[in-house]
Design a protein around this ligand. Sequence first.
Ligand code: GRF
Length: 198
Amino acid sequence: MKIGILISGRGSNMLAIIDAVKSGEIPNSEVVVVISDKPSAPGLEKSRERGVETVVIERKGRSRDEHDAEIISELQKRNVELVCLAGYMRLLSKGFIHAFENRIVNIHPSLLPSFPGLDVQQQAIDHGVKISGCTVHFVNEDLDAGPIILQRAVEVKDDDTAQTLAARILDEEHGAYVEALRRIALGELSTGAKENAR
Ligand code: GRF
């Protein structure tokens, strides 16, 4: 399974995926490219250190469709079969989603469908929820709403700040993303169809 990873920043989930592919925990797979829309993304250097090719494709005032078309072309050139969003901070166009129908996966730091969007750890604290966590899901045209592959729960403590909660959730994210990709690589979940995500 040829994997392409899209990032915009730190890249800790990206690293977890690259390392799990190299160790064989995600079997029969290869991370063929990491693409960032930000030249300053710290994840780029980490990816290069591990010998994975990186490409920067900035938006540069172009439309979302034009920007996405260039990313799609870079992914298709390398025969990418599965696209992993790992802290990629842009919404994908319909064209992108159709080009990789049911073959785009995302990780989100809340228990969806609670708290889609941004600043979700602060929202969880503001709502007083006692359990939060992370969700790995297939990506469809609606924000943070595609079929759920798996979730991991994290307790919200009384003295948590958005930062402390985010750090505990992030620890779970790495294992959750690897487990989800392992299941996909093993053919247990071959598409984003809802019945497969159950
Ligand atoms: C993670 O919390 C992920 O759930 C969210 O963005 C953050 C990315 O972190 N989508 P990293 O770049 O993988 O370290």
